[in-house]
Design a protein around this ligand. Structure first.
Ligand SMILES: Cc1cc2nc3c(=O)[nH]c(=O)nc-3n(C[C@H](O)[C@H](O)[C@H](O)COP(=O)(O)OP(=O)(O)OC[C@H]3O[C@@H](n4cnc5c(N)ncnc54)[C@H](O)[C@@H]3O)c2cc1C
Length: 482
């Protein structure tokens, strides 16, 4: 099924230029830009096709299918797994210009182009008193098409769910260029097989999304954010379990271990809470109607009173955003610990997060490398990182050993190797750890049925690829604050 490294025929490119003369770009600079995503490994496409209308996607795919050219869809290229990288060459299909938006305030449905930037959509609907909750930290840049292809999550998922929970319908194209519509801008739809949900999270390997119908909800009236410091990580994670058990319903419930807090504090040049510098942290947001919010705040304050060593409540939205920014800069701040990061967005049962954090601390000692961990504790979705210096052969060997051990531990805890980033290239070596042969064969049968020539984003999910054996390129993205 997998395509061999392809050198697309000059005929195919000539035909594409004839059909879409304005859309085909092949300068070195443009090809390089589309050769790389946030994993920072570069594989040059032969050309970039920047479509301006959905119908052009059909034209591109028809030609690609006829000539057997790999096509890798691309939104903002913020994928952290290499899923947007054209690892087999061919054409990079840039969908970022498909950014129309239409909002139906009666049905509370937004119909958006795949290239719509997540935060732009949120701002548009919030101006109408509505809310689109999925909020990956990359939301100022990431596109709705990319969010759908990765089934992205974010901080608000603990209360509101992930991208999948908001997708009512998708419009797009099959590998052979046929237009398809999986669902409509309707609140109910059960006609035929649900291929909409099969496309969501399939990383552009089963079809190309050009348009999405998204469910909106009413915007919460108020929100209140507080930061709580704990002596030990296990205390913080026990508090997470107990507060969920007690029926408290946070809209954000984020955890930062002491390693992450130390990095963040060094990065911003001050303690998050002066009397508890370096402590493990929970960031908790409550939202809703003012009256409900006050009641929840009272319950949460009473709940936390004896558990924390210190706390800070944001007095207004501005302070709340500043506290949340601390969580957002965590990722960049870790580069003080090493020039290379292995970033695993694993999920374990909420009850077992304390075990996972104990393991990550033990792993730090065992492999002699930092393992800063933070993430969406309300979903059991912790981002465990191994930081190392690539040039140091011992560190590189230990990092590779450490990541394999971590993944084994996650699966043994009843968890999953990725909760929101997807498989792409980076997680491909661990598919067999997570899935049986039968499961993988069933997935490949679906791929074969929907993309018999294997032209859509080939080389991802199923093929062995070891990121640590590839040299990253020097590239600075808009989301890199370093
Ligand atoms: C700083 C930072 C923070 C992040 N935080 C989060 C987070 O909190 N939660 C989270 O879930 N992720 C997070 N991510 C990962 C990433 O931003 C998300 O996966 C995002 O959804 C990718 O969107 P994109 O537009 O950049 O897609 P791209 O990176 O361009 O593509 C991602 C995948 O989607 C496919 N694709 C893109 N568009 C389409 C389309 N129209 N049709 C079919 N397939 C398509 C691509 O082929 C590729 O497989 C973060 C990344 C960074 C750099």
């Amino acid at each position: 099924m997998a395509l061999k490294k392809s050198t697309p025929s000059a005929n195919a490119l000539r035909a594409l230029r004839r059909k879409l003369p304005e859309r085909v770009l092949s300068t070195q600079a443009v090809r390089f830009e589309a050769s790389v995503d946030n994993l920072k490994l570069s594989f040059l496409p032969d050309a970039v096709v920047k479509v301006k209308a959905a119908s052009e996607v059909g034209v591109v795919l028809k030609l690609a299918q006829r000539h057997g050219i790999p096509v890798t869809s691309r939104g903002a290229g913020s994928s952290v797994t290499g899923s947007a990288v054209p690892v087999k060459g061919g054409w990079a299909l840039d969908l970022s210009a498909l950014n129309t938006v239409k909002i139906d305030p009666v049905s509370r449905i937004a119909t958006v182009g795949a290239g719509m930037v997540t935060a732009d959509l949120q701002a548009r609907v919030e101006g109408m008193g509505l809310f689109y909750p999925p909020d990956p930290s990359s939301k100022k840049y990431s596109t709705i098409g990319g969010n759908i292809a990765c089934n992205s999550g974010g901080m608000r998922c603990v209360k509101y769910g992930v991208t999948r929970d908001y997708v009512l319908g998708l419009g797009g194209f099959l590998a052979d260029g046929s237009p398809v519509q999986w669902g409509l801008p309707l609140k109910k739809y059960v006609s035929g097989y649900n291929l909409r949900d099969l496309w969501i999270g399939s990383e552009g390997t089963l079809g190309v999304v050009t348009e999405a119908h998204l469910r909106l909800i009413k915007k919460p009236e108020k929100r209140a954010l507080a930061l709580y410091a704990f002596k030990h990580e296990a205390d913080a994670l026990r508090a997470v379990r107990d507060l969920l058990k007690a029926g408290i319903e946070p809209s954000i419930l984020e955890f930062l271990d002491r390693q992450s807090v130390a990095c963040a504090e060094a990065y911003i040049g001050k303690a998050l809470i002066s009397e508890a510098s370096g402590a493990a942290i929970l960031l908790i947001e409550l939202d809703g109607k003012w009256s409900e919010l006050r009641q929840q705040q009272t319950t949460l304050r009473a709940f936390m009173k004896k558990k924390v060593v210190a706390q800070r409540e944001a007095r207004d939205e501005h302070q709340a955003d500043a506290l949340l920014e601390v969580r957002r800069i965590c990722s960049q701040s870790m580069y003080s610990l090493g020039d290379t990061k292995l970033n695993e967005d694993v999920v374990v049962p909420i009850e077992r997060q304390a075990e996972l954090i104990r393991y990550s601390i033990a792993l730090k000692k065992e492999i002699g490398l930092p393992t800063p961990t933070y993430g969406h504790a309300g979903d059991g979705n912790l981002h465990v990182h191994i930081m190392y210096n690539r040039g140091d052969a011992t560190q590189a060997r230990q990092a590779k050993r450490g990541i394999k051990k971590l993944m084994q531990k996650v699966v043994s805890l009843g968890g999953v190797i990725t909760g929101e980033h997807g498989i792409g290239l980076a997680k491909a070596p661990f598919m067999k750890l997570q899935h049986s042969r039968a499961e993988i064969a069933a997935m490949q049968a679906v791929k074969q049925a929907l993309d018999p020539k294997g032209i859509l984003n080939p080389g991802k999910i199923f093929e062995p690829f070891e990121v640590w054996n590839h040299e990253p390129v020097e590239v600075k993205f808009p989301w890199d604050h370093r």
